[in-house]
Design a protein. Structure first.
Lengths: 576, 255
């Protein structure tokens, strides 16, 4: 192989899953095709073609040259993960399926080479980090592949220590990976690659759970350590644009548009049409619903935890607004979310609902909600008179505040889509016919055409839609979406948010993406080290100079093209 | 499990070589099953409890008791009625409540349960999973079998985490009108089913993760961690011999 030969060459690659998995992709495709009401549905219909017989990859060809960063962009069901797994030798070895065409790595075909013999040639950081972690300590996790390679123990220890240090996990060597945050798990997987130093790094949605600072650093580490990087992303960002050297839009199993060097107009147009680039449609109109979820003096610390503690003195989440909650990994976003929905009980403070009765459930809305202490707040009852709101019990918070977990697999578990959607409607007082009608309506709205499909076999995007549809039907007063944009394109995410906000009075989006916050939210809350450090409009925030975090810039139009990623060392520069 | 039980520390029990600790376990078992008197077994159990208290701290005596107390109560209550032969110790009218044999049997069983539990607790509390695997490998267990041990011991707590996540999901999806009735979302079965589905789905994923990190290669594997060698190992072996004498002295005296 010469310097000019491609490191990776994919030639006329076609792949089709076997029967069971074909249903998976087909359901997603049929779902998108079935609705046909919005642009996603229309595109799904065009893309899916033959439905169950659809090829996941259809005579796909592209190459990655040394010293480059190739970016494959595509929506959630585009086949990026399948492609990544084919390159590293996992598919069809573990899934079965029909494959044609060729993958050449370092000049040699890889179709018949098992994954364990490709360790030094190619490494993968997968979208779901929990899939790749299996030991009980971070250092042994990073060392596993080196042990497989038979590396000298002394050199191995040195490599592992350097790798963990490089990704900011130097003090985590003996920590159990299961206890790390999502972003830390991703960094640990990067350390695993860094220890082995394969020629080609494949980062499959690897930036999803990382904050802005670490996204940039991971790409920097990859470009320094690998001969070439293949980045799989469902969303466009300034970081992707600045680091990528070639761009390929994967759609319908083929490369629909591509370019080398700076992205050209044709590619950008295709990305816009696919919903991969953020579209700045302006902040959505605020729905006129009185009332708020009031958080007062909440303090929380995990048992036995000495470092991190959550402290929120005063927060009102208004019903009728879409709010973004941003912050670096480990800043306490998910902890606050779990407190708001009653899954965690604060040691101090109160949470209560205040305000006039809602559209759907006046009797419930006038009741206050209690946390652990008996603090009270004044609100408005169903007759418009002031009432003394009591703090909420966890059960009341469970019933009024919904929470979409980061991992949809922890939230969908019944045998069919129909049963999954109907679960929360049982006991709601509606007749069987009424429940069936609402289930059908929700399935249509969220592009879940096959109600008898098993959720476990749906594609990632379809599982996310199903997860959202279940809460759409539950009609909670407030819904918290924890990194729902992870692995989804802008178009898919904004569509989900729009559909949910048509029914749910209050939405909170936990995200690392400031562009999404600008596009979909009225307000942005920034967390750092367990505290709310900034509260303002998304359009007033943008990324400052490197390392300076989020800054306020009124009237500077920080939104249009620049910083797509949010969260980080926020709030140290005054308030908005 | 061991990963969850293990508490890092610098006690002499922590510093004791993993191989010695692994040999200590069958010694404990043997000590409590050699023919002996209840008093001797109680003394042995007290010695092992003292070992836990000295090495790990007196507060560490409580966790095993919290788990064991129902069993200990059942033994205390249910053993005497089944051993009514011999001279009575407590009699109410014509009814014999406790005999010498019943007392001896009850104390023997209590000593065995407590002693063996504290013995295993002392070891798992002071031995990391990596040391356990290294020790097992030193004794000749094949690497793939050790990997099975590692993954099994990691998977069980991971399933517990999944259980909590799924249970939380069920709680959040209980309908507003569900409270006060026994809906399906409040039973364990759906949560258990969901966790089992998650576990089964994880099998091929785990296989992919292992092979993508080189598991299956033909070349000999090396080891990131290592066991002690040299004089320190000699000291630990001597400690093990002392423990053997201490634990098996009733047998020695008998001979």
């Amino acid at each position: 192989m010469t310097h000019h030969d491609p490191l990776l060459a994919v030639q006329q690659l076609s792949f089709r899953y076997p029967l069971a998995a074909a249903a998976e992709t087909a359901v997603g495709a049929r779902g998108a095709a079935g609705a046909g009401r919005d642009r996603d549905g229309a595109r799904g219909r065009a893309r899916s073609g033959a439905g169950a017989n659809r090829l996941v990859l259809d005579e796909l060809s592209f190459s990655v040259r040394p010293a480059t960063t190739a970016v494959i962009l595509g929506r959630a069901d585009a086949g990026k993960t399948t492609l990544a797994r084919i390159i590293v030798g996992l598919v069809p070895r573990f899934t079965g399926g029909g494959i044609a065409g060729e993958v050449r790595l370092l000049g040699a075909p890889t179709r018949s080479v098992p994954p364990y013999d490709l360790v030094q040639a190619v490494g993968l950081v997968a979208q779901d980090s929990e899939e790749q972690l299996f030991t009980t300590r971070c250092d042994t996790e990073a060392a596993f592949a080196l042990e497989s390679l038979g590396m000298d123990p002394g050199l191995m220890r040195s490599r592992v220590a350097q790798s963990l240090e490089r990704v900011g996990l130097g003090g985590f060597a003996h920590r159990n990976p299961a206890t790390l945050s999502g972003g830390e798990k991703k960094r640990l997987l990067v350390a695993c690659l860094l220890a082995v130093r394969p020629e080609l790094w494949i980062l499959d949605e690897a930036l999803g759970e990382l904050d802005h600072e670490w996204k940039a650093r991971v790409l920097e580490i990859a470009s320094e350590s690998a001969s070439a990087t293949l980045l799989m992303e469902s969303r466009w960002s300034s970081l992707v644009e600045s680091r990528g050297t070639s761009f390929h839009l994967l759609d319908g199993g083929r490369i629909r548009a591509d370019c080398a060097g700076a992205p050209d107009e044709r590619l950008l147009w295709a990305l816009d049409e696919a919903g991969i680039r953020p579209s700045f449609r302006g902040t959505p109109p605020r729905v006129s619903v009185d009332g708020a979820l009031q958080v007062r003096g909440v303090r929380f610390r995990f048992p036995g935890e000495r470092g991190f503690g959550l402290a929120v003195d005063h927060l009102d989440l208004g019903l009728g607004e879409v709010c973004a909650l941003v912050g670096r990994n480990g800043s306490g976003k998910s902890t606050l979310a779990r407190i708001l929905c009653g899954l965690l009980r604060p040691q101090q403070g109160s949470i209560c609902f205040s305000g006039a009765p809602g559209v759907r459930s006046p009797g419930v809305r006038s009741a206050g909600v209690r946390a652990s202490e008996g603090r009270t707040a004044t609100g408005w009852g169903s007759e418009g008179r002031a009432v003394e709101n009591r703090a909420a019990s966890p059960a009341e918070l469970n019933a009024r505040v919904g929470y979409l977990f980061q991992n949809p697999d922890h939230q969908i578990f019944l045998p069919t889509v129909r049963e999954e959607l109907a679960l929360g409607l049982r006991g709601s007082g509606g007749s069987r016919t009424e429940v069936e009608r609402r289930v059908s309506d929700a399935a249509e709205l969220f592009d879940l055409a096959d109600l008898d499909a098993p959720p476990a076999l749906l594609s990632y995007g379809a599982r996310r839609r199903l997860q959202a549809a279940t809460y759409f039907l539950l009609e909670r007063d407030l819904l918290i979406l924890d990194e729902i944009d992870s692995g989804l394109s802008y178009g898919e995410t904004v569509n989900l948010v729009d559909r949910l906000s048509s029914r749910v009075p209050g939405l909170v989006l936990i995200t690392h993406d400031l562009a999404l916050a600008r596009s979909a939210c009225h307000r942005v809350l920034v967390m750092d080290d367990g505290r709310l450090v900034r509260d303002g409009r998304a359009s007033d925030l943008h990324w400052g100079a490197a390392g300076s975090g989020l800054t306020a810039s009124r009237g500077e139009g920080a939104g249009a093209s620049g910083e797509a990623e949010a969260s980080g060392a926020a709030g140290r520069q005054g308030s908005s | 499990m061991i990963a969850e039980f293990y508490v890092p520390g610098a006690s002499f029990l922590h510093r004791w070589d993993a191989r010695a600790k692994l040999l200590f376990l069958p010694l404990v078992l043997a000590a409590f099953f050699v023919p002996s008197t209840p008093v001797v077994l109680l003394v042995l159990a007290a010695m092992i409890a003292a070992l836990v208290a000295i090495a790990l701290g007196p507060s560490q005596l409580l966790p095993p008791l919290k788990t064991l107390w129902p069993v200990l109560i059942l033994i205390t209550v249910l053993t005497p009625p089944f051993h009514l032969a011999g001279p009575a110790l407590i009699r109410v009218g014509t009814v014999t409540l406790l005999t010498h044999e019943a007392l001896a049997t009850t104390l023997t069983l209590l000593a065995r349960f407590l002693g063996i539990t504290y013995g295993f607790f002392a070891v798992v509390r002071a031995m990391s999973l990596d040391d356990l695997v290294l020790g097992l490998r030193w004794f000749g267990l094949p690497y793939s079998a050790c990997l099975v041990v590692t993954i099994t011991l990691r998977t069980i707590p991971a399933l517990a985490l999944t259980w909590h996540a799924v249970r939380d999901a069920h709680r959040l999806r209980a309908g507003r009108g569900d409270r006060g009735r026994p809906p399906v979302v409040k039973t364990y079965l759906p949560v258990l089913t969901s966790v089992m589905i998650e576990a089964v789905k994880g099998i091929p994923v785990l296989a992919m993760a292992l092979e993508s990190r080189g598991f299956g290669r033909r070349n000999p594997r090396t080891s990131f961690s290592g066991l002690k060698e040299g004089s320190r190992l000699f000291v630990d072996a001597a400690g093990l011999a002392a423990a053997a004498v201490a634990l098996l002295w009733p047998l020695v005296v008998r001979w």
